[in-house]
Design a protein around this ligand. Structure first.
Ligand SMILES: [Zn+2]
Ligand SMILES: [Zn+2]
Length: 187
């Protein structure tokens, strides 16, 4: 999955297994993309019928403003990929709204990109008391100006350092929930 730029670490106060920590908090969003081929009316297509009536695609609003569309049931042409055929396909037939001449607009295949999903991940670096690395902990995150968030994280690393007794690296496990902003999570 292509990775969106992670948010800058934001200072926050934490409650980890109910004990206070200070540190920074980051979120990441990974967006998955897929491609698909779709058939669209060719915007380049133009046509004058027998009576000199002009027909084209409305490149802004879509569709054919000068044509009348009518949907019919047609025998299977194999386009459904069903080897034994199916019960038939709905096909749209067009005709000139002035002279009723049957018109076949031109279509073309285009490749379109679509989003398959988003994965949210989060991590934090906190300073405070020792916690055994590798274990899962309960976390409440209080970031200035944000509603408190809560979830579960794993202690991914731990180090002794100057800012506090220990520096702990947390990796979020699953999503974070929000709490109402007014009702603080403090005891
Ligand atoms: Zn079919
Ligand atoms: Zn016509």
């Amino acid at each position: 999955m292509p990775k969106a730029a992670p948010s800058n670490p934001k200072p926050a106060r934490f409650l980890i297994n109910k004990s206070p920590y200070t540190g920074t908090f980051s979120t990441d969003v990974e967006v998955g993309w897929g491609t698909e081929k779709v058939l669209v009316a060719d915007p380049e297509w133009t046509f004058f019928d027998e009576y000199g009536h002009f027909h084209a695609v409305d490149t802004l609003g879509g569709g054919f403003p000068t044509l009348i569309a009518r949907t019919e049931r047609a025998a299977c042409d194999g386009s459904c990929g069903n080897e034994d055929g199916c019960g038939g396909h709905a096909v749209t037939r067009y005709s000139c709204q002035l002279c009723a001449e049957s018109i076949e607009p031109r279509y073309k295949t285009v490749t379109r990109q679509f989003e398959t999903g988003r994965v949210y991940s989060w991590s934090a670096t906190v300073h405070g008391a020792y916690i055994v690395p590798g274990i899962a902990v309960s976390v409440i995150i209080n970031e200035e100006g944000m509603a408190p968030r809560f979830g579960v994280a794993v202690i991914a690393r731990i180090a002794l350092e100057s800012k506090g007794p220990f520096e702990l690296g947390l990796v979020g496990s699953g999503r974070l929930g929000f709490r109402p902003a007014e009702k603080s999570t403090k005891e």
